[in-house]
Design a protein around this ligand. Structure first.
Ligand SMILES: N[C@@H](CCC(=O)N[C@@H](CS)C(=O)NCC(=O)O)C(=O)O
Length: 215
């Protein structure tokens, strides 16, 4: 039995940590996790002690370390080829990876203005032009994919691309970024998923506060 551990930041705030954690959990991969709480004031010394980028998430497999959320997801998919990490169909898989890359590299309008904060009481945020463009593109991806697959997730069953959008689910809901019925249906399906329920339950128990993310 190999030793697979995902090191993550505070579950309430760490959007990048949430993505591979949900992707692996939803695919039924057996792993443990370790939370290293953020200490931004002191430049996160405990994270720097284990992670050469100074960032989380970090996957540790029998001592071998993989960083970057998408690289972690790909490593897990290769380690467990029988697990449904990505959609089964090749073209769906290609689209899922393309959308995941868009998420990993873009959408800075909503990422900067609306930090993930799973405990945040719902309160509408003013929508800037950058945020509007992000919201429109995200909803185009979501609605088109679900119309084609039949849902409830982007390619039918939950896969890594849904996990890549997990923090956006919180942002859309907590900052009231859309009331579109198809968006609300996707958010509802997401929030009923056992991996979402498990992660957010852990987040709800945390007592650490990261002031920068309490916008
Ligand atoms: N591109 C990286 C981003 C990782 C990242 O920015 N993680 C944040 C937490 S959500 C972090 O560790 N920040 C610590 C810091 O910047 O000091 C990934 O996909 O994993």
């Amino acid at each position: 039995m190999s030793d697979l551990k995902l090191i993550v930041g505070n579950k309430n705030y760490s959007s990048w940590s949430m993505r591979p954690w949900m992707a692996m959990k939803a695919a039924g991969i057996d792993f443990t996790d370790e939370v290293i709480p953020f200490d931004f004031l002191n430049d996160n010394p405990a994270i720097r002690a284990v992670s050469e980028t100074g960032k989380v998430p970090l996957l540790v497999h029998d001592g071998f370390k993989v960083w970057e959320s998408l690289a972690i997801i790909e490593y897990a998919a290769e380690l467990f080829p029988d697990r449904p990490v990505w959609p089964a169909d090749r073209k769906d898989r290609a689209l899922a990876r393309a959308y995941s890359m868009e998420m990993a590299t873009g959408f800075r309008g909503i990422r900067n203005a609306c930090p993930m904060n799973l405990r945040r009481p719902t309160k509408a945020a003013p929508v800037t032009a950058d945020m509007r463009a992000d919201i429109d593109r995200i909803e185009t991806i979501w609605h088109r994919s679900i119309r084609k697959s039949g849902g409830p997730f982007l390619f039918g069953a939950f896969s890594a691309v849904d996990a890549m959008f997990a923090p956006v689910i919180n942002r859309f809901e907590a900052y009231v970024l859309s009331q579109h019925p198809e968006t609300l249906a996707y958010i509802a399906a997401f929030k009923a998923h056992p991996a979402w329920i498990a992660w957010t339950a852990d987040a709800a128990e945390e007592t650490w506060i990261v002031p920068e993310d309490e916008a």
